[in-house]
Design a protein around this ligand. Structure first.
Ligand code: UDX
Length: 447
């Protein structure tokens, strides 16, 4: 099939490349000429395992092309995929201006009957609005189908080819054939529903997953006070098939391009119909507070931040991505330098993106974990990259000025006990924590 993909952000690019891999002919359009130029040269603008290779092979095979000319992409396509961003406005609502502009341009460019498939995360009722916008400009028949995206960054390609479900939202059931055909051979997990329910499934799924994370983080906070171990609690809970084992890892809370944005948008969507979504408001609040807990712990261990140097391991909002959107590291590094500390940061992939959002003379950009820890008065692990799990902690401890380790992702297990000089804090595992009274030197705690 011939596809036009509007928007080459995360969702658009992965969608385009994966459909090309399935054998379709794809033209991706974006108004960002710099990005299109890079893509034409075969350079993936985001870090995503497997993407670069798949981009090259499909470009070589002539199955994927890139343009700034949206109308040209739309002309000659059978399916037009809307994959533009829906960022948060100041009030938390989804900003639909990119979707609306895309719908206008698609309507104007329509040169024959087509299916328009919406992948962007949009509030309930938006596909109806897209339909109205396109209809006001189009001279040919068309239909709008909602096919929300559920991929996770870092696993985007794997998720696309092994979906838990492909939700197809249409109010005209007879018209799903083209969408089913497009997804072949991934069609054993298709779930067909109406458009509004499809729109809601996306928000409800993300809000529910965010709720699990805030829930387990609160349980972890209680575990600390009652002497239980959150990793054991999560494992025990997860064995109940009604609960399941996923999204029960306690830590510094969620970040990224979806959960923070979509939880706030759903609170607004509910508010617009006079529904006070109290539970979800608390989820957002708990997530914000969880970052503060890390700062409080560091202060408890290290005292005042002023004039001190801290190491930061991990800037991305999660491992295997270079994405720093809503990453806890942005808040935490800002707080530390705001209170007069210097920070030495290291991330295997996200340093350039982080630097484009937060660049300050108090930040030193390190190229390996050990140099980020060097001479520091405390080290915070904020992203659980595998690389950190493999670092020789004895060497880390020796290079630090004060061996305080705040493990915001519970990366280090019982083996931390072997490194008895560390003043260690992790989330909801009080038996592993080692804190000391004022004036004590860590060396006093040698086993
Ligand atoms: C998420 C959804 O999973 C995906 O379906 C949707 O399409 C987009 O949003 P993503 O943001 O890529 O995907 O990351 P995900 O792996 O879901 O993690 C989100 C955040 O939750 C990360 O900050 C992660 O560190 C955090 N998290 C996840 C936890 O803190 N604990 C967990 O147990 C799981």
């Amino acid at each position: 099939m011939k596809l036009a993909v509007v928007g080459t952000g995360y969702v658009g690019l992965i969608t385009g490349v994966c459909f090309a891999e399935l054998g379709h002919e794809v033209v991706c359009a974006d108004k960002d000429s710099g990005k299109i130029e890079k893509l034409r040269l075969g350079e993936a603008p985001i870090y995503e395992p497997g993407l670069q290779e798949m981009l090259w092979s499909n470009a070589d095979a002539g199955r994927i092309a890139f343009t700034t000319d949206l109308a040209a992409a739309v002309r000659g396509s059978e399916i037009v995929i809307i994959a533009v961003g829906t960022p948060s406005t100041a009030t938390g609502e989804a900003d639909l201006s990119f979707v609306e502009r895309a719908a206008e341009s698609i309507g104007e460019a329509l040169d024959g009957p087509k299916t328009i498939m919406t992948k962007s995360t949009v509030p309930v009722g938006t596909n109806a609005r897209i339909e109205a916008i396109v209809a006001s400009r189009a001279k040919y028949p068309f239909r709008v189908v909602s096919v929300p995206e559920f991929l996770r960054e870092g696993y985007a390609i794997r998720d696309t080819f092994n979906p838990d479900r492909i939700v197809i939202g249409t109010d005209r059931a007879a018209e799903i054939e083209a969408i089913v055909e497009l997804h072949k051979p991934l069609t054993d997990r298709i779930f067909v529903t109406d458009v509004r329910s499809a729109e809601m499934i996306k928000y409800a799924s993300n809000a529910y997953l965010a709720t699990r994370i805030s829930f387990i983080n609160e349980i972890a906070n209680i575990c600390e006070k009652v002497g239980a171990d959150i990793t054991q609690v999560s494992a025990g809970m997860g064995q109940d098939r009604r609960i399941g084992p996923h999204f029960l890892n306690a830590g510094i809370g969620y970040g990224g391009s979806c959960f923070p944005k979509d939880t706030k948008a759903l609170i607004q969507i509910a508010g617009n119909v006079d529904y006070d979504f109290k539970l979800l408001k608390s989820v957002v609040e708990v997530n914000r507070e969880q970052r503060n807990t890390m700062i409080r712990k560091l202060r408890e261990y290290a005292g005042s931040f002023s004039g001190k140097t801290f190491g930061i391991w991990g800037l991305a909002f999660k491992p295997n991505t270079d994405d720093v959107r809503e990453a806890p590291a942005l808040d935490i590094v800002s707080r530390l330098i705001g209170e007069g500390a210097r920070v030495r940061v290291y991330d295997p992939a996200a340093t350039a993106n982080f630097r484009s959002l937060l660049n300050d003379p108090s930040i030193e950009w390190c190229t390996d974990p050990l140099s980020a820890a060097k001479g520091s008065d405390g080290l915070m692990l904020l992203t659980e990259w595998n690389e950190f799990a493999e670092v020789d902690l004895r060497a880390v401890e020796q290079t630090m000025n004060t061996p305080i380790l705040i493990d915001g992702r519970n990366l280090f297990g019982d083996k931390i006990g072997a490194y008895s000089r560390f003043w260690y804090y992790s989330v909801g595992r009080p038996h592993l924590n080692r804190s000391f009274t004022k004036g004590d030197q860590p060396s006093a705690f040698l086993a």
